[in-house]
Design a protein around this ligand. Structure first.
Ligand code: FEO
Length: 177
């Protein structure tokens, strides 16, 4: 079954959205690299890899459906942040934005009765729910920690031990610290 043209366009846009997301997280990792928070840097680096895997999943899906892949430029991400709390607040906004994009995509897949695409997008909806929950949990703890360095360092250590998630292979190639 030929992939609907509107859906093809939106799935291509989602490759870009996920790569942009990867870049946003890489910029967050880079910001943390300049702070004492090596664990948060590791977390953001892992998340960046997850987002790249998401982009590649959409790429592979389009290729498997014999649809044309069209890549667009990736915007420069924000590089300066106020605090770990600020970074994670922006991370939550980022995830909520992506959840909305995937929701919109699902609706289009439903409209054109493309069940294979719906199946793919359901995987992403579950992934988004999980990602939002992880970020929200960390945000709650960061709010509790406030400006207390000892508490922040405990959270940083915890963040550094975050396993790779459902994006697949997200930890590969990163040396442990
Ligand atoms: Fe792939 Fe977390 O958006």
């Amino acid at each position: 079954m030929t992939l609907n043209s509107k859906l093809t366009k939106l799935l291509n846009e989602q490759i870009n959205n996920e790569m942009s997301s990867s870049y946003v997280y890489l910029a967050m990792a880079a910001w943390f690299e300049q702070t004492p928070y090596a664990g948060f840097a590791q977390w953001m680096f892992t998340q960046s890899r997850e987002e790249t895997m998401h982009a590649l999943k959409f790429y592979q899906y389009l290729a498997d459906r014999d649809a044309k892949v069209e890549l667009e430029p990736i915007a420069k991400p924000k590089a300066d942040f106020k605090s770990p709390l600020d970074v994670f607040q922006q991370s939550l906004k980022q995830e909520e934005k992506v959840t909305q994009q995937i929701n919109d995509l699902y609706e289009v897949a439903e409209q054109v009765k493309d069940h294979a695409s719906k199946n793919l997008l359901l995987w992403f909806l579950n992934e988004q729910m999980e990602e939002e929950k992880i970020v929200r949990d960390m945000l709650d703890r960061l709010k509790l920690a406030g400006n207390d360095p000892a508490s922040l360092l405990v959270l940083d250590r915890e963040a550094g031990s975050r396993p790779a998630g459902g994006g697949g292979g997200a930890d590969a190639g990163r040396t442990a610290r």
